[in-house]
Design a protein. Structure first.
Length: 403
């Protein structure tokens, strides 16, 4: 959808671009933008499944999502890509209606593979390798850019962080409130009681010892990794109960806030992440239900709303020895909205083979997150190239024509 069509959907009769290169405030105030940050680095190859890649199935003998037509298979999107089956009831309908697109091979050029360093780098939106200004996040700079005549302390467009503390992405010259709508709970997967029940099922059989040893190994690895996995989430919400939180966010954004941010944790799946079912599938299902609930709760305002889901990085393309995945590089972004030109896989792409992996282990980054978001902001708000460069210093926006 061209930008003029989006404005028509918003009920705007004229296009007014001021000297600062942004839409006139009444039009910009009609747009709603929500950034969802999945902290922990989610496994994008289980979400958007590269069903056309034989190398994917060779690399993941235990955790691959089967090709369409098989048991527990991916939901076909294109000849080369499928969707995790846990999202059949939530995200697939939005994709089929053209209200959801995916951008694979996305991310940042930060190569630290550190949760904390990469999360900070992305939220700040500043060039990698330079001196960081921790007082200036890119969403705060966007709000300041959209209110050039109102003064930094009196924003016409109201931002809100749905978090326990103000995230880096919204720190800066504009005062931004934050509120935690739900503390969340639960990690999903197999808990201690369920493990005991499973072990008892095999008691007295030839599989009793392997099952017991398997759970013992899993518990030992989990204890080792638990501190890192919890820290990676930085007190973000759990997916458990996320739909209720998402619906409350929608009601607040309908009534007052035009730019929102929420983070969701629990994506650091080093151990026993599962495939069509299991810990990761549970989280994806809950996340999908929450995003679908947000879209539903927005009502008519969904037509003027865009949601972008990002994560600090993806996971290793090959599974590890614990039937999980480790810290990777490139990932997959989700873009949702009622006026989206979706129902497609967007951005630069390439075949997934042993020779195209980044450093022989990860998805490469072909679509820089600053460029993708910069192009999206240009479409949504009428930002010119100079304005985009003030939001993302040194970066030009790439127009994927998503809106």
């Amino acid at each position: 959808m061209l930008r003029r069509h989006l404005l028509q959907a918003l009920g705007a009769s004229t296009l007014a671009v001021g000297s600062a290169g942004v839409l006139a405030a009444p039009q910009a105030q009609d747009v709603r933008f929500l950034l969802v940050f999945l902290r922990g680095g989610y496994d994008c190859a289980s979400l958007l499944v590269p069903t056309g890649s034989s190398f994917y199935y060779e690399s993941r003998p235990n955790i691959a999502i089967a090709r369409p037509g098989q048991q527990g298979s991916a939901l076909p999107l294109t000849h080369d890509w499928g969707l995790h089956p846990a999202l059949a009831g939530s995200m697939l309908p939005l994709y089929q209606q053209g209200q959801l697109a995916f951008v694979p091979f996305a991310g940042t050029d930060d190569l630290s593979r550190s949760h904390f360093d990469t999360q900070d780098s992305m939220e700040l939106g500043q060039p990698v390798g330079g001196r960081r200004d921790y007082r200036s996040g890119f969403l705060n700079r966007l709000v300041a850019e959209l209110n050039p005549r109102a003064g930094a302390r009196s924003a016409l467009l109201q931002p809100m962080a749905f978090t326990s503390t103000l995230p880096l992405v919204l720190r800066g010259a504009v005062d931004v409130p934050n509120t935690l709508l739900s503390a969340g709970a639960g990690r999903g997967g197999v808990d201690a009681r369920q493990a005991q029940l499973i072990a008892s099922m095999y008691q007295g059989t030839a599989l009793a010892t392997p099952v017991a040893e398997g759970f013992a190994t899993r518990n030992e690895v989990a204890r080792t990794m638990q501190g890192e996995m919890e820290a990676a989430s930085r007190n973000a919400l759990s997916t458990k109960g996320f739909e209720g939180t998402a619906r409350r966010m929608a009601r607040l954004m309908q009534a007052r806030y035009q730019i929102g941010f929420v983070d969701v944790g629990g994506w650091d799946t080093h151990v026993a992440q599962g495939a069509a079912t299991g810990a990761l599938a549970n989280r994806l299902e809950e996340l999908g239900q929450g995003l679908a609930g947000f879209a539903d709760e927005m009502g008519a305002a969904w037509k003027s709303t865009v949601v972008v889901v990002v994560s600090e990085f993806g996971r290793t393309f090959r599974e590890n020895g614990n039937r999980g995945t480790d810290h990777g590089h490139g990932t997959v972004f989700w873009v949702l909205g009622g006026a989206l030109q979706g129902g497609r896989i967007a951005g630069e792409q390439q075949a997934l083979t042993a020779t195209t992996l980044f450093q022989n282990r990860d998805y490469p980054v072909l679509n820089d997150y600053r460029s993708v978001l910069g192009g999206l902001f240009a479409r949504l708000y009428g930002l010119n190239a100079a304005a985009v460069a003030r939001v993302f210093p040194g970066m030009k926006g790439t127009d994927l024509q998503l809106v």
